[in-house]
Design a protein around this ligand. Structure first.
Ligand SMILES: Cc1cc2nc3c(=O)[nH]c(=O)nc-3n(C[C@H](O)[C@H](O)[C@H](O)COP(=O)(O)O)c2cc1C
Length: 354
């Protein structure tokens, strides 16, 4: 009831203001001994939901998507919200203000959000300071981007800087080349530069004797032919995983009047699921996929797994569904596995195999 009242107030406010209030409230929670209370009400644990991917033990397969915890400060509190992993960032080498406000728009009746935030973040040095103060709990992904002022031909250096400074804190890295809100960023998806970057990062890992999976996050608006070419070139370069997908710039007729920027939530759901299926089939299930885009109810989550996602993430669904949403999803998947007497591994990609 308290959450319903709180969410009514939040939804009446301008979206970015309510996001700021929520994140401030969450940060304050870090300082109170409420962890056990949070865990009791919000977490759902089951052996059936644990999964080992890239030699990482995920306590469950549901993560918080990139862009919610843009500073990394929410990692400790979200560890108690039932998530199996948290992706922090996107971080760029230099701090960035992002695009002018307003830049975040909520469409409640469509279960959708449009954002054109533009990688507002404190920069990698500050992120390091923040992570140094945190106790490691669940797996933490670190999502890297390039600064707006960095030209594409120098983008590689920004990602390398991010990797070098933040690798002690990352269980996996995401090379984000798919945000629609940094000019020309998406062009990097099909560039030789980024393939070279993967090689450089692999070599650096060998020198440092570490092994941190490197994932690439793709946009959902790629033409089919280009999508397959990109999958193929990254697969050959030895990428460890794909995140499918970022927000879309496409607007079906009913969303035609929406603001400009990346659209997420329900309007993205089918497109993202379709691309996950195509990628799973194309890659023959050999490279793990994190499925994200429009998971608005527990069955959507199951669909993403059956389409080929080893792990899944939520953003917009969490905004609309509130703090109990992760628990509802996990409970639903667990009940399904129990009823069908099967394991997660049995259902990953089952819909893509036909
Ligand atoms: C307000 C907002 C900010 C986002 N910022 C980032 C970001 O910084 N980096 C990133 O990789 N994805 C970002 N995303 C994309 C999400 O991680 C996710 O890929 C997308 O929203 C689709 O999932 P959803 O439908 O569950 O929201 C952002 C999404 C939203 C709504």
């Amino acid at each position: 009831m308290f959450y319903e009242l709180f969410s009514k107030i939040l939804f009446a406010l301008e979206p970015e203001t309510s996001h700021q209030i929520t994140t401030k409230a969450l940060k304050v929670m870090n300082f109170f001994p409420v962890q056990e209370f949070e865990k009791f009400f919000l977490c759902y644990t089951s052996k059936r939901l644990k999964l080992n991917v890239w030699n990482i033990e995920f306590p469950n397969i549901l993560g918080l998507a990139g862009g919610f915890d843009k500073t990394g400060e929410l990692y400790p509190v979200f560890s108690n919200f039932g998530f199996g992993f948290i992706e922090c960032g996107t971080f760029t080498p230099q701090p960035q203000e992002g695009n002018p406000k307003p830049r975040l728009f909520r469409y409640e009746e469509h279960f959708a959000i449009v954002n054109r935030m533009g990688f507002n973040n404190p920069g990698i040095e500050k992120a390091k300071e923040i992570f140094l103060l945190q106790k490691k709990t669940i797996p933490r992904g670190i999502n890297l981007g390039k600064n707006k002022i960095t030209p594409n031909h120098k983008a590689k250096e920004d990602y390398i800087e991010g990797f070098q400074l933040l690798y002690p804190f990352a269980d996996y890295f995401v090379i984000n080349v798919s945000s629609p809100n940094t000019p020309d960023l998406r062009k990097l998806q099909s560039s030789k530069e980024i393939l070279e970057l993967i090689n450089i990062l692999q070599k650096k890992q060998k020198d440092l004797n570490i092994s941190i999976p490197i994932l690439i996050k793709l946009d959902p608006d790629l033409e089919e032919k280009e999508f397959y070419l990109i999958l193929e070139s990254f697969a050959t370069s030895g990428i460890d995983g794909f995140i499918l997908t970022n927000t879309t710039l496409q607007r079906e007729e009913m969303y035609k009047n929406f603001e400009m920027g990346g659209l997420s939530g329900l309007p993205l759901k089918n497109r993202s699921t379709m691309l996950i299926k195509k990628a799973y089939r194309f890659l023959e299930g050999k490279i793990p996929i994190i499925g994200v885009g429009g998971i608005m109810n527990p069955n959507d989550a199951l669909e993403k797994i059956m389409a080929g996602s080893s792990l899944i993430q939520i953003y917009t669904g969490f905004v609309f569904g509130g703090p109990l949403f992760p628990k509802k999803i996990l409970q639903y998947i667990d009940n399904f596995l129990e009823k069908e007497n099967c394991k997660l591994q049995d259902i990953i990609g089952i819909d893509a195999k036909i």
